[in-house]
Every structure is written in C-alpha cells, then in structure tokens.
Design a protein. Structure first.
Ligand code: UDP
Ligand code: MG
Length: 325
C-alpha cells in the first residue's frame, strides 16, 4: 500500500529531563503506525535543538545513532519556539508527504496523530489539534490564554480556539508556508491564512511530566503582544480614538474653567492643571510607544535576516567530523 510518509517535528529547548520518554513514546507510536500500514516505513521523527544550554543536543545525537527513525537538527542558537518549528518544517518538507508538529514535553496526546493522518488521507491539508479541556493548566494560564484568543478574534485575526502548535500540515501547505516571509512568525495566525481545507481533532491536554515550561509569564505576555501587533493595527486606531476622546473632554473642561474664570469663582486648583498635564503626557507616551512598536517591526522586517541558522543537519552530514559537541 502506498502509505503516507510523515515526519514528526519536535522543537526542543533545554528538554534533557524528558527527552528519553519523548524518544521512546514517539518511536513506539511511529512503529505501531508503520506496522498498521497507516504511514510509510520511511517516516521519521525530527528533533530540532533550539540552541539548548543543557544536554539536549547530545541526547538527540546519540539517539539518532541508535534509532534509524530519529533524525536531528541543531540550530546555531536559540531562536524561539516558532522559528524552531519553522526550521523543522522547512527541512522536513522535502522528504515528507505530511508534517506533524508537537512539543517535546508530550503535554499533547500523541495518540491522536493517528486521527491526524486519517484526516490527511481523507484529503484535509491542515489538521489542528485542539485541547478539549485545560484542567491541567493553572487558572491563571487558562484565563490569560482565553483572554488572548478573545482579543485576537475581536481584532479580526482568525485563531483556532485552544489550538497550540500541535498540527498536521500537508506537503503543499508546508511549501506555501515558506512563502510567508515575515520575521515575526506567529504560526497560529498564519496557517489559517493558507486557506486550505482544514479540520480539528480534539484531545485532552496533560501536565508536563518533567522539566519546566519555557513560557513564564513574561514570555507569554511578549508572545501575546507580538501576536497582536504582528496581525493588527487596531491598537494604533484605539490610541487615535482615545486621543480624540480625551481631546474633546479636555476641550469641554477648558471651556468650563474659562467660564468659571470670567463669571464665577476663579479659585482654581493646581490639581486640575497637574492632572491634565500628566494625563495628556501619559496618553502621548502610550501613543508614541505603540507607534514605536510598529516601526520597530518594520525595521526588523526590512532587515530580512534569516529566521534561524542550521548548525548540524543530520540529513546531510559531512563525513569525518564529530557532531556530538
Ligand atoms: N521551545 C523551543 N524554543 C524556545 C522555547 C521553547 O523550541 O525558545 C520548545 C520547548 O522545548 C517545547 C515547546 O517549544 O517543546 C513548547 O514549550 P513549553 O512546553 O515550555 O511551552 P508551554 O507548553 O508551557 O506553553
Ligand atoms: Mg508545554
């Protein structure tokens, strides 16, 4: 049977504690899918080391020597989850019919990959893994995530609710993805823009069994902010509207105080003056800051720097060098 050649792409940043489990769980799953004839025996698991500071690359490298299903690439430095995913997808595209991306911590149910592939075979180009419940996440994480989705949707960006970066892309979807050249890649926002037939597969999200989340609050906020400013100019418009509103309110008060001066008690406080100065000053700073954010984005985009640099690609190994550094 002519079955699907799939590559499972796994971005890893300082994941030494969980990698053993990830290797064995994923290769067991892939073996069983190959045995069932669901996927081609040429299918692979590609680990992308995103410039880890721990033993991650060594572990990946050693595993590739033992296990023919496992491949690895090492990026020259840490470029972040999204760019690490892109690196893996781009490298896997050439040799695969379909690419599945999943986090190394196995918080996502790996067994629904079977459904991903069945849906791919039915003809879908994009299959989104969607978390049915987020019980394992803290209330805070759930709340911030929910607000983020709502805000993005309000601003006209189509995001799949409760879908992270666990998904299957067909070869052609992955190829077209390469045409999106922006530097600030936010895959969750870009992939719906491909417009291909897509479907969702639901699963329960588990807790991380080892290691720590690489998304502490600070990173999550910057991720969300990036997502918003990369896709929408609504914040700039809101600032404009805010500026206009505050301008007319100030105008009203100015007239009111002038009226008081000429027709009544002129005992006007210092407070009103100073608060309005601060208020307007603050508003101006916000506006300038936001505009600066967009200009910064334009600046970054205009440089067209590579999003990642592959240090070691185990698909194309030059002979006679040691790569376990
Ligand atoms: N990751 C990465 N580069 C980074 C940060 C994270 O490749 O700079 C990987 C990480 O190893 C994991 C995935 O991205 O496989 C998601 O990260 P994490 O589990 O920490 O995020 P969370 O699930 O808490 O949102
Ligand atoms: Mg995680």
């Amino acid at each position: 049977m002519n079955s699907t050649n799939v590559t499972i792409v796994v971005p890893c940043y300082n994941e030494e504690e969980i990698l053993h489990k990830t290797f064995s769980d994923l290769s067991n799953l892939l073996t069983s899918m190959i045995d069932d004839g669901l996927v081609s025996p040429k299918s692979k698991i590609l680990f992308v080391d995103d410039g880890s500071k721990d033993q991650t690359w060594k572990l990946i490298y050693k595993e590739t020597l033992k296990n023919g299903m496992i491949k690895g690439i090492k990026l020259s430095r840490n470029v972040g989850h999204q760019n690490a995913l892109l690196a893996g997808i781009h490298i896997a595209t050439e040799s695969s019919d379909a690419i599945i991306t999943i986090d190394a911590d196995l918080q996502d149910d790996i067994y629904v990959m079977r459904e991903f592939i069945e849906n791919y075979q039915l003809g879908y180009d994009v299959i989104y893994g969607v978390r049915e419940k987020r019980d394992s996440d803290t209330f805070f994480k759930r709340f911030t995530a929910e607000s983020f989705y709502k805000l993005m949707n309000k601003m006209g960006v189509e995001l799949i609710y409760n879908h992270a970066d666990y998904r299957l892309l067909s070869k052609r979807a992955a190829e077209y993805l390469q045409g999106f050249e922006e530097v600030n890649m936010f895959l969750r926002g870009i992939i719906p823009l491909l417009g291909f037939q897509s479907t969702k597969v639901f699963y329960e999200r588990k807790e991380r069994t080892a290691g720590e989340s690489k998304y502490p609050l600070r990173k999550m906020l910057s991720f969300a902010f990036n997502g918003i400013t990369s896709f929408s100019v609504t914040p700039i418009r809101l600032v404009l509207v805010g500026g206009l509103v505050s301008f007319f309110i100030s105008l009203f008060f100015a007239l009111y105080f002038l009226g008081l001066k000429f027709f009544g008690n002129t005992e006007l406080g210092w407070t009103s003056l100073i608060t309005s100065i601060w208020l307007i000053g603050g508003l101006q700073l916000i506006a300038i800051g936001l505009i600066g954010e967009y200009i910064g984005k334009i600046y970054k985009e205009s440089k067209r720097r590579p999003k990642y640099i592959v240090d070691i690609d185990m698909f194309k190994l030059p002979i006679g060098r040691n790569f376990a550094l």
